[in-house]
Structure formats: C-alpha cells, structure tokens
Design a protein around this ligand. Structure first.
Ligand code: TYD
Length: 140
C-alpha cells in the first residue's frame, strides 16, 4: 500500500450560496475516527517548521481552513508532500508516521483533528528513535 493510500485525501461537501460557503464535518462519518481533540496552528510563516514528530496513538486529519501550508509525511522509507489550501479538503494521517508542517502563508490556519486527548508521552520527537520503533513494530 502506498503512503498516499494509507494517508487518504478527504473531500468534504461544500455548501455555498450568496451568503458564502460552509463545510460541516461529523464525527465518524466524514472523519474516520472519534474526534477527541482539535487544535489549530496560525501566526506561522514560510520559515516555520512545526510537527517534526510521530505519534504512537494519535491519528490526525489536517485541514487548512485559511491560506495554505504543506505537510511532509514520512514512513521511514518514503515521503510525500501535500499542499493544503482548501477548506473542503483534508488529509488523514494514521499513527506512527513522521510529520512536518511548513511553508505556511501568514494567513494560514491549519485545523488539526485527532482521536486522542493530549499526551506528550505518545509523541516521538527524535527521528532515530522513530526509525527504531517502526523497525521493532515490523518484527512483531
Ligand atoms: P507542539 O507539539 O510543539 O506543536 P506542533 O506539533 O505543532 O509542533 O506543541 C506546542 C505546545 O502546545 C506544547 O507546549 C504542547 C502544547 N500542546 C497542548 O497542550 N495540547 C495539544 O493538543 C497540542 C497539539 C500541543
């Protein structure tokens, strides 16, 4: 399975009329998990690099609701770069993938949905440690 197949681009329905546009996202229907937490990144710029970690338990959906940003996703062997610039498009990222978010426009708001409450212990912030853990998971 390719990395992009594991990750999945999600297209949300957009409702629009003369009053503007609206996207509605429902738990477990439009998002392939139970949403426990949302956070958003803003006030970043083209020099900002965020993320640089993998999560042992958290799955994410990232949606750039304003402006644009990029996410690089790496599984230890391959990497893909996704340009996010549409409020009706998200990228689903399963657990145990290395993520870096960068190239933010100054108006970017990156909305992040996840299936866990925040737990700093489930973050792997060292890339060598990440490679060690994915190798040992493969042997199980
Ligand atoms: P950090 O993990 O460095 O953000 P990013 O993944 O975008 O690089 O988190 C920045 C700070 O925010 C850090 O002090 C932890 C805190 N934080 C929470 O308290 N709850 C959360 O859900 C997140 C994502 C971060």
């Amino acid at each position: 399975m390719t990395l992009l197949n594991k990750c999945k681009l999600l297209d949300f329905k957009e409702y629009g009329d003369e009053r503007g546009k609206l996207v509605a996202i429902e738990n477990n229907k439009d998002i392939p998990f139970d949403i426990k937490r949302i956070f958003y990144i803003y006030n970043a710029d083209d020099k900002t690099v965020r993320g640089c970690h993998a999560n042992r338990n958290s799955e994410f959906v990232l949606i750039n609701v304003s402006g644009s940003s990029e996410v690089k996703i790496n599984d230890g062997s391959h990497s893909i770069n996704i340009h996010l610039d549409k409020p009706m498009t998200g990228i689903y990222i399963p657990k145990m993938l290395w993520k870096e978010m960068y190239n933010f426009t100054t108006d970017a708001v990156l909305l992040c949905l996840t299936n866990t409450y925040y737990d700093s212990e489930e973050y792997i912030r060292d890339y060598e440690q990440y490679l060690t853990e994915i190798k040992s998971n493969e042997q199980i």
